[in-house]
Structure formats: structure tokens, C-alpha cells
Design a protein around this ligand. Structure first.
Ligand code: DAH
Length: 324
């Protein structure tokens, strides 16, 4: 026995494996060559009759043949195996239930408030979290010494910009780009340097509203917010205005809504747009007037859902979130 003869056997064996069609035929080839008394073990036994200088090569070649033939036969067997039939789909079996997530309470309240104003013709306007000092403070008529400008209260960035501390700068952006009449509602994230506790978070959400036309009055504001309060808290809800101060509105009010169980609760700030704000965006205050309002979403979510700690809203605990 020598290497040439071995190569002939190899060719014949591989041809036999390739030619075999049925699983039985393929199995027969396997038994003929690879079984314990098959041809390959016999070839190994031949090793002793091989000339000494060919021995290492011969042994290696037999091992290679064994490997190649085994792989070939396995591949042929899986090709020839009858394809297992897919089980029939049984539509009488109960389905596999995938549990659905819920929308976050902040998202739910944001959508609810937004849609109340959308039915009144307001459209959603957006603004960036990183704002200019001008849009966040100056254009909103906030005096240079106003406490909210303090570094203790607002996050300033190295770029000279800041993280907006309210959604009111969206008013400025929108007015600069559009002419009256304007009816917008702007939900979004806000940032303040507050220490986190049950009612404060450095990161929270507000919704801003702005309405500008000719001869808009406090009565328009009150009617609009009255409608809003009833849609939000039920047909018996009432609102009341308390005089207040905001730099960007004159007059300014704080608005309480009467909740059927909790009584009067402070819900938002509002007022008639200050003429200085109109001047800052290039409007003529003699030709237009309007109202604006802003409210904290967390606060409303906490009231409506009976949540007693704002931090629950940010912890992403399934046991909490699954309740809404
Ligand atoms: N920006 C105010 C705040 O963060 C809320 C606010 C009050 C917005 C009165 C307004 C407004 O548009 O007219 O506390």
C-alpha cells in the first residue's frame, strides 16, 4: 500500500458518498468506509506495510480522508433526511400573551393637556433644552437682578448658553418666526438647580401656552383656562385668579383650580403678555395683545394620580409605572 493507492480509494469513497441518494444508501457508504470494520480502519492497519519514509504522510492522509469523508456523509445525510413537517397551526389554542407597557404618567398628562388645547385650535411648538440667555431671560423682560438668573438657580453652560429654566423661551422663538394670530402650546423639559426632594427635581417638565391676536383680554384667558380646568378635572371644576408677578406678563395671575376632593389647588401661572416682550421680538404692542400661561406637568400628574413623591416619576420602577 502506498500514497497513490490511498488517493484512489479517496476518490472512490467520495464519489460513492456523493452518488448515494437515499438515507439508506448514504448509511451504507458510511458503514463500508467508516464503521469499526470498515475500509478506513483497515487502511490504518496497513500502516505497518508502508515504506518507512512514507509512514508519516500516509498516516496523515488517512486521517484527512476520514475527516473529509465524515463531513461529506453528514452533509449528504442532512440533505437527504425527509424534511420534518411543520406542526399545523392550531387556532383553537390560547395565544401567547405579550404584556404591554404603559405610557409614562408624565407622557399621559402631557398628551391630555396638549389635546385639550388642540381642540381649541392651539398647535404644538417645540424649542431646544439648551437656550440663549436672551431667549430664556432678556427677551422675557426678566430684569438683570432677578433671582432666577442667579447661578444658584440656573444651570449655565461654558458656551455662555444655559439649560432653560422654563418653557417660556419657546414663546420668544415662535414670535420671532411667526406673525399673529398665534395659538401655541409647548410641552418640554426644564432644568433648575433644585435639591431633589419629594416636591423638587432639578429636571422637570412644563407646558407653555401663548395666544396672540387683536384685543385679547383677561376675560379670554379666564374663559380658556376655565374650559381647560373642566376638561382636566371634571365639569364641576372652577378656577380662580390670584394677583401675582411674572416679568413677562402684565397683569400676572396665579391660577387655582377647585378639585372636588382636594379643594383649591395652585396649578399654573398666567397673564397678559407684557408689551416689552412684544417689543423684544419686533412686534408693535399697539397692534397686538395676548395671553400666556405656564404649568408644571409633574405637579398636575401628582395631583391627578395621587402621587406623593416626585421622585417616583423618575425611578422607572415597574411596580410604580404599571399602575398607570
Ligand atoms: N415661566 C413661569 C415659571 O416657570 C410660568 C409662567 C407664568 C409662564 C406665567 C407663563 C406665564 O407664560 O404667563 O414659573
Amino acid at each position: 500500500m502506498n500514497l497513490d493507492e490511498l488517493n484512489q480509494i479517496k476518490t472512490i469513497a467520495l464519489q460513492a458518498a456523493t452518488a448515494a441518494q437515499t438515507t439508506e444508501e448514504i448509511e451504507a457508504v458510511r458503514i463500508e468506509y467508516l464503521s469499526r470494520k470498515g475500509r478506513l480502519p483497515l487502511l490504518m492497519a496497513e500502516l505497518k506495510n508502508v515504506p518507512a519514509e512514507e509512514k508519516p504522510l500516509f498516516g496523515k492522509a488517512v486521517n484527512e480522508l476520514k475527516k473529509e469523508l465524515t463531513e461529506c456523509i453528514q452533509a449528504r445525510q442532512s440533505e437527504a433526511a425527509p424534511k420534518t413537517q411543520q406542526p399545523l397551526f392550531d387556532c383553537s389554542q390560547p395565544g401567547q400573551w405579550q404584556s404591554l407597557g404603559t405610557r409614562h404618567p408624565i407622557t399621559q398628562i402631557t398628551e391630555r393637556i396638549t389635546s385639550i388645547f388642540q381642540t381649541l385650535g392651539f398647535t404644538v411648538a417645540d424649542g431646544p433644552d439648551i437656550e440663549t440667555v436672551f431667549n430664556n431671560f432678556d427677551a422675557l423682560n426678566t430684569p438683570a437682578d432677578h433671582p432666577s438668573r442667579d447661578e444658584q438657580d440656573t444651570f449655565y453652560l461654558n458656551s455662555g448658553e444655559l439649560l432653560r429654566c422654563h418653557t417660556s423661551p419657546v414663546q420668544i422663538r415662535y414670535m420671532k418666526e411667526n406673525k399673529p394670530p398665534i395659538r401655541i402650546i409647548s410641552p418640554g423639559r426644564c432644568y433648575r438647580r433644585d435639591t431633589s426632594d419629594a416636591t423638587h427635581s432639578a429636571n422637570f417638565h412644563q407646558i407653555e401656552g401663548l395666544y396672540i391676536d387683536e384685543e385679547v383680554s383677561l376675560a379670554d384667558l379666564k374663559a380658556t383656562l376655565n374650559h381647560f380646568a373642566r376638561e382636566l378635572m371634571g365639569p364641576k371644576a372652577e378656577i380662580r385668579f390670584r394677583p401675582h408677578y411674572f416679568p413677562f406678563t402684565e397683569p400676572s395671575v396665579e391660577v387655582d383650580i377647585k378639585h372636588d376632593k382636594l379643594g383649591w389647588i395652585e396649578v399654573l401661572g398666567a397673564g397678559l403678555v407684557d408689551p416689552n416682550v412684544f417689543i423684544n421680538v419686533g412686534y408693535d404692542p399697539a397692534c397686538c395683545s395676548g395671553f400666556a400661561f405656564g404649568m408644571g406637568i409633574e405637579r398636575i400628574a401628582m395631583i391627578l394620580f395621587g402621587i406623593n413623591d416626585i421622585r417616583h416619576l423618575y425611578e422607572n420602577d415597574q411596580r410604580f409605572l404599571a399602575q398607570f
